[in-house]
Each structure stands twice: as C-alpha cells, then as structure tokens.
Ligand binder design. Structure first.
Ligand code: SF4
Length: 458
C-alpha cells in the first residue's frame, strides 16, 4: 500500500522557484526604456475612470537607513547624515506635483503606505510635512488606510503620535529574529525591549494593527533559536505576522557577501525552520492568509480574506481595493491595472529626472488583453482562493493551465472543472504554485529558462 503524502512531503515537492505575484506579469518580464508618453496617457485615462469612484493608493519609498543589515535586499541608502531628509522630501513633493499637473482632478487618496529603507529615519516633523503636503493637494477618502514600516530601534513616541494624528492606524515593525547571535551576524542589534516599547507605544496611542516581519533561513538560525524568537515575540501578540524566506543572492545584495556561507542553514534545515514557525503560529491562533502572511482572526486582514475583499499589490496583501497605485520616490513602482512603471533605482538618477521636471520612470510593462485576463485569475486565487474561467479563454487554459491544475488536483490542493477552481484547505499553503499555472509568461518560458528567475518558496 502506498504511504499517504504528508504535508512535509508536499512542502518539499512544491518548494520551487515561483514568484510572489505582487504583480502580473512579474518584474523580470518588464522592459527597460518604457514609452513615457504612452505611460502618461494610460495613467490619465485610468485615473479619470477610477479616481472619483474608488480612490487611489500611494506608496512612498523613504530609502535612508542609519546602518546596513547585511541580509537586506531592499533599495536603501546608508547614512547617518539626516540633512538628506530635506532634499529627498523636496524631490517627492515635486514628483507628486508632476503627476498632479498631468491629472485633471485632485486625487482621492484611499491608501498611503510609507516603506523603505527606514521611514522612521525621517523626523516626525518631516513626516508630518510630507503627509500634509500630499493632503493639501488631494481629497482624503472617508475610509482610508495609512500605514508605515517602523524600525523598532528608532520609532519614537513622537513619531507614533504624529503619525496617529495624521491618520495612520497600522504599523509594521521589522523584527526579523530575536536571537543575539543571529542579530550580531546580520548586523541588526535590536533588543526585545525595543520591540516591546515600540509595540506598546503604538497600541497605547491608538494604532489598530501591528505587524511583525520575521525571517527564516538567516545565518546562525537553529530550530531552538527560532522557537525562542517566536515564544518571545508572540508574547507581544502582534495582529499580523509576515514570515519571509531569506533569499541568499550575494551577487545582487552585496551586504550578504559578509556572511560566512557555512553559517547559513542547509535547504533541509531551512525547511524545518519554516515548518516550526508555521506550526507555532497556527497553534497560537494565527490564520495563514497565504504568501507568507498570517493574521489573528480579529485583524482586518483576516476579515477581508473572509469577506472576499482582500486585494494584493506591491505592498503585499491589503484591505483596500484600488485600481491605481502611484509609487513615489526612488525605485518605487506604480500600477494602473493595465500598465506598470518603475522609478529610477539610483538616487542621483532619480534626482536628476525630477530636477528636469521629468517623470523618473525607467522600466515597466503595458499589459495586453491576455495579461489582464490572466492577472485577474492570479489575483482571484491569491486573494480569495477561487476563480471562474471565462469560456473565451478555454483554448489557452486547456493548452497551458489545465495540465498544471491536474497535478495540483492529484495532491488535493484544488478542486476544479472547466468552469473554475477552488483552492482546498491544504492548497492554501501552496498558493504561489497554484497561481503559477496561470502565469503564461512563466509557463511558456519554462523550457527556455536556463536559470531560475525567482527564489524558491522556502
Ligand atoms: S533591512 Fe531595513 S533597516 Fe536594514 S538596511 Fe534594509 S531597509 Fe534598512
């Protein structure tokens, strides 16, 4: 008799390089040398359709950090010189004005997310100036959601009070790992006391949701150390946890070259770290939303998942559903549903464009009808765990997607027929893999690809 496939077997089987689908098509498919006039024209058109009715989202990238965490893969600039804040804010304000000149009515802001870098590198008064400068030129949607990524080491009570008064109700702290030896190796010394203070202060001031980012697969992590980290941080009862896989890419993230590769967990140890974390989170009452995100059932993210109102974009899962995400700041990405555009990644190039009154976008992608349709399938599955097929796509679905779905069905990850699919409870852990069946670019290039473009799921 054949032994029953266990969850661990499935995790091993589906631990393949697949995207996180914060966009479709994914970034490796995009092209440099974006046609800026076409981008401007499409943005105008989409804005006039969606702004008034649904509002728009703003992502603002604040890239400065005081010290380098060696594992980091973000676009950041390390400096202890805070005079850089002034010039950067001027550039963001000017970039926003360039968009306002293009658009024919005031933007209705439904969502703002400040990401980085370290947004709390900026002083409370500078953050206030930034948000107020946006508010002055916009209409604020009644049920808006403003959120920020805070560093536990430098998020002060003044930051939190200022942000709260500006309408921020959600904060995410990069906790990563609480073990002193791991923290030493990744150059992120962050005593638990700091995380506790930052969390307690946010709650006392009135923040409704606190998220912690944790990472598995870091150098020196062991099963015992990650278990301790979870025990300690779960005492603070964050409302959400993002439990990310560390991607070791020293050829693009130079700080990672400082690691002794012998300190990294082996692929099997990394898998065990993931399974341990997931087991602890599940026992502690956190619901696996999918794609690395866990939430308490009282949190708005879980409620949105339950009510089928969850949305996904470059900021990850979000409870607000807008069709336009405008990215401001160096390396930021804008998404208007039928096109993506990314800002210049080097600070001096970004400044140069803005100084010449040019939109600082350098690469992106214009979606065709097929991309738009398959993007919807991927969004439906990642946000609601189900989708309905349009009969007009049957030929291509039969040719590319259905053979993949049959494999997932054998492992009881989905139930499906020619009209649609629903992800099963065990399938929820493999959402990325299931979405990849609808990624026509990935499927068509599978054979041609000589090296994986994405990190493995674990
Ligand atoms: S992990 Fe965060 S704080 Fe550390 S260097 Fe990267 S962006 Fe800066």
């Amino acid at each position: 008799m054949q032994a029953k496939t266990t969850f661990n077997d499935l995790v091993k089987k589906y631990n393949q390089p697949v995207p996180r689908y914060t966009s479709y098509p994914t970034v490796p498919v995009w092209k440099d040398g974006l046609d800026i006039n076409r981008w401007r024209q499409l943005l105008k058109q989409q804005f006039s359709i969606h702004n008034h009715k649904d509002g728009i989202s703003l992502y603002i990238h604040l890239p400065f950090c005081e010290s380098l965490c060696t594992y980091c893969g973000c676009n950041k600039k390390i400096t202890t010189n805070h005079s850089v804040e002034e010039e950067y804010l001027l550039m963001i304000e000017k970039e926003f004005s360039l968009y306002l000149e293009l658009l024919e009515e005031k933007p209705v802001i439904r969502e703002i997310h400040l990401g980085g870098g370290t947004p709390t590198f900026f002083s409370p008064s500078n953050l206030m100036r930034l948000i107020n400068s946006i508010k002055e030129k916009s209409v604020i949607y009644p049920l808006h959601e403003f959120s920020i990524e805070g560093h536990p080491n430098n998020t002060t009570i003044e930051h939190l009070k200022t942000l709260y008064d500006l309408g921020f109700r959600r904060i995410s702290y990069g906790v990563q790992d609480n073990d002193p030896e791991v923290q030493r190796v990744i150059n992120r010394i962050q005593p638990l006391e700091k995380v506790k203070n930052a969390t307690d202060n946010a709650r006392v001031i009135g923040f409704e949701s606190v998220n912690f980012d944790l990472i598995y697969g870091l150098p020196k992590q062991t099963l015992e150390s990650i278990e301790r980290t979870f025990q300690q941080v779960l005492e603070l009862r964050p409302d959400r946890i993002a439990f990310y896989s560390y991607a070791h890419v020293p050829w693009t993230s130079r700080g990672q070259r400082l690691f002794d590769e012998n300190d990294l967990p082996s692929p099997d140890q990394k898998l065990q770290l993931y399974l341990k974390g997931k087991e602890i989170l599940t026992k502690a009452g956190y619901f696996d939303i999918g794609m690395d995100h866990f939430a308490l059932t009282k949190d708005a993210l879980y409620r949105a998942w339950q009510n089928n109102t969850l949305h996904r974009n470059f900021m990850g899962y979000t409870t607000q559903h807008t069709s336009i995400l405008l990215g401001l700041g160096v390396s930021s990405i804008s998404d208007i549903g039928i096109a993506f555009a990314q800002n210049k990644k080097a600070l001096h190039e970004y400044y140069e464009c803005i100084s010449k009154n040019e939109l600082p976008v350098f690469r992106g992608y214009f979606l065709n009808e097929e991309d738009v349709a398959f993007r919807k399938y991927i969004l439906d599955i990642s946000c609601q765990g189900k989708t309905k097929f349009d009969p007009a796509h049957l030929t291509i679905l039969e040719q590319i997607t259905f053979p993949e779905l049959s494999k997932f069905e054998e492992d009881e990850l989905i139930e499906w027929n020619e009209t649609g699919l629903a992800v099963t409870t065990s399938g929820r852990h493999f959402i990325r893999n299931i979405c990849s069946a609808f990624d026509l670019h990935l499927q068509r290039n599978k054979e041609a690809a000589t090296k994986p473009l994405f990190s493995k799921a674990i």
